[in-house]
Design a binder for this molecule. Structure first.
Ligand code: MN
Ligand code: MN
Length: 455
């Protein structure tokens, strides 16, 4: 058996891998918010023959369906030969990523500069988000019911914005602080302008920016109250490493698992068990809200599918959920030779060794973990081996050093079998994260095998 995915590839497979990863790199570069990811997914799904659930009144094996929740959460299905009550093979991943968001009253002028105030989203090392080009991506919803899409900084030629850091020459005191407070939450304000509006007495620089917003987007200052504008690192994802074996980009956590899961369900023709792919929002802040995994949306969609297939009632819905099997996919930690002290080498993931299975995640004694049943782990192993998919098993670092959670436990609460699976990354939650192309491709192959062969 080869040690890495790279070594087992023939020339044709190597070509396929590079092509697949280039598709991913482009998709990731244009999907920097959960909304953008859903919009791009719908376009890709429709191209792959999926129809909106509202268009289908009856379902037969092989039918391809999707349902979107508020533009931030999507479920895709390929109907299987077996009835839905026999359960589905489910792939789940999240499409929100750490960032900072504009506050509801963001714009102010100070010392001749116009700034936008932000509140960060998810777990970030704040000092990593300063002194770099940032883009503003999102929506402004107006009282008249219209929604204006904002995307400033992503097109070549666009201006970018950013958060300043203190110059090294005057940082003696700042550098004595612990890293957690070197940059504090209220310092994450974006510099967005410095030209004063002529003949304007009060806050002329802010007035100049407001004029620009009015002219270009037809928005007023009050419209920020009903806006969702995310501040994300500017620029495309790039090939990484002299050998181009990796990709560096914003938001691999968890769009790398989401994209590969989506591509896997596109591959299904008429599966034995119904294939399902759930892509959710809000994982980074606890899977809360009506577009997060805790939302009833997924169960409601499954009930609708049952209704279009035979009859939906509480028992058939519970059967469909209880008999399902799931890969809850979220990124794992790639062993990093720069920081070996936090890892336990026997139970760590390594770049190039394929998809990672975490029997459990959690922290402080597996707290918050799903902890998959051994019987189910054995079934997953068999499907992987039968399909020649390379996998590794790992934990989120050394015991008692830290940890993290995923959406796995939420689906497990529906009494289905769930295991955490995912692609490993370096720099997790930094503005730019790194993944191995071999793991992207092997992750995709894992998901196809699971949808096709899990019983
Ligand atoms: Mn995360
Ligand atoms: Mn994640």
């Amino acid at each position: 058996m080869s040690k890495t995915v790279w070594e087992k590839l023939n020339e044709k497979e190597m070509e396929e891998l590079m092509k697949f990863c280039e598709d991913y790199r482009r998709f990731l570069s244009s999907s920097k918010t959960e909304r953008a990811f859903v919009t791009n997914s719908v376009a890709a799904a429709e191209k792959a023959g999926f129809k909106n659930i509202s268009e289908e009144s009856e379902l037969k094996p092989g039918d391809r369906i999707y349902a979107v929740n508020r533009g931030k959460n999507i479920c895709l299905f390929v109907i299987g030969k077996q009835p839905l009550t026999s359960g589905m093979n489910i792939l789940g991943a999240h499409i929100d990523s750490p960032r900072t968001d504009l506050k509801q009253h963001p714009l102010y002028e100070k010392d001749g500069l116009a700034l936008l105030d932000t509140h960060y989203y998810g777990g970030i090392k704040k000092y990593q988000w300063v002194a770099r080009p940032m883009s503003l991506v999102g929506v402004v919803c107006k009282k008249d019911g219209t929604t204006i899409n904002i995307n400033i900084g992503e097109n070549p030629g666009d201006p970018v914005v950013g958060i300043s850091d203190l110059l090294i020459h005057l940082s003696a005191e700042q550098l004595k602080k612990p890293a957690a407070t070197v940059i504090e939450g209220e310092q994450l304000d974006l510099l967005v302008g410095s030209i004063p509006k002529k003949d304007e007495e009060k806050d002329p620089v802010k007035a100049y920016i407001l004029d620009l917003l009015k002219e270009k987007y037809d928005i007023e200052e009050d419209d920020f109250v009903s806006a969702e504008i995310e501040v994300v690192p500017s620029g495309e994802a790039r090939d990484y490493g002299l050998d181009r074996s990796m990709i560096i980009g914003y938001g691999h956590d968890d769009r790398v698992c989401a994209y590969t899961s989506m591509r896997a369900i596109f591959e299904m023709d008429v599966p034995e068990r119904t294939s399902c792919c759930i892509l959710v929002d809000k994982e980074e802040i606890g899977s809360v809200g009506n577009t997060g995994m805790h939302s009833k949306f997924f169960e409601n969609v499954v009930a609708k599918l049952l209704d279009r297939q035979s009859s939906a009632n509480l028992i058939s819905l519970n059967d469909a959920l209880e008999n399902s099997r799931m890969l809850s996919s979220d990124v794992s930690i790639a062993f990093d030779p720069n920081f070996p002290e936090v890892m336990e080498p026997k139970n760590s993931a390594y770049f190039g060794k394929g998809i990672c299975f975490n029997k459990y995640t959690g922290s402080r004694g597996k707290s918050g973990s799903n902890d998959a049943n051994a019987e189910f782990v054995a079934k997953v192993r068999k499907v992987m081996d039968d399909n020649n998919v390379m996998f590794q098993t790992c934990e989120l670092g050394k015991v008692d050093v830290g940890g993290g959670g995923t959406i796995a436990y939420i689906l497990a609460n529906m009494n289905m079998d769930v295991i955490d699976a995912g692609i490993c990354v370096q720099n997790m939650h930094a503005p730019f994260e790194v993944v191995s192309k071999a793991d992207i491709y092997e992750g995709y192959r894992c998901y196809v095998a699971f949808l096709k062969d899990m019983r």
